[in-house]
Design a protein around this ligand. Structure first.
Ligand SMILES: [Zn+2]
Length: 151
């Protein structure tokens, strides 16, 4: 069972969610603190099994392939990695955060209007996440295709 994503509203690796690559919190406390602030989960302490999925990072935040130069031929060979490797200083930037008043007015119920806005907001963010996932998929497929063509 892959680890599920800890980001609110994200269903990465949930039973009905998409299969995604996940990343652990950094052991660097400053960086881990930044992640926590961005993810915005109150009273939450990340553990070794707390993961953030690839959908919250931009394509530039990780490497999806490894390359090496063949010493004899001098030819540079690039191969896709099984699992993307996150840049050591990357922070999650694509986040479907709940509207701030959800966390600041915990005890008051949202009015029907704002409830509708929350729903719309979530829908927009979900769509955004999905389109990002689609684009990732597209790039990955295109990359594999390019590698095939090189052979
Ligand atoms: Zn996620």
């Amino acid at each position: 069972m892959p680890f599920m994503c800890c980001v609110p509203y994200c269903n990465g690796n949930y039973r009905k969610g998409p299969r995604v690559s996940v990343f652990s919190f950094s052991r660097d406390r400053v960086l881990a603190g930044q992640w926590l602030r961005l993810i915005k989960r109150d009273n939450f302490t990340p553990t070794a099994s707390t993961k953030v999925c690839e959908r919250h990072f931009t394509e530039g935040d990780f490497r999806r392939e490894a390359s090496a130069t063949d010493a004899q031929t001098g030819i540079r060979v690039t191969a896709p990695l099984k699992k993307p490797v996150l840049h050591p200083e990357a922070v999650p930037s694509i986040l479907p955060n709940c509207p701030t008043y959800l966390s600041t007015h915990k005890h008051s119920r949202p009015t029907p209007d704002s409830r509708k806005e929350i729903k719309e907001d979530i829908a927009i963010r979900k769509a955004l996440l999905e389109s990002v996932a689609d684009e990732d998929q597209y790039r990955r497929e295109r990359k594999f295709h390019d590698v095939d063509e090189l052979e």
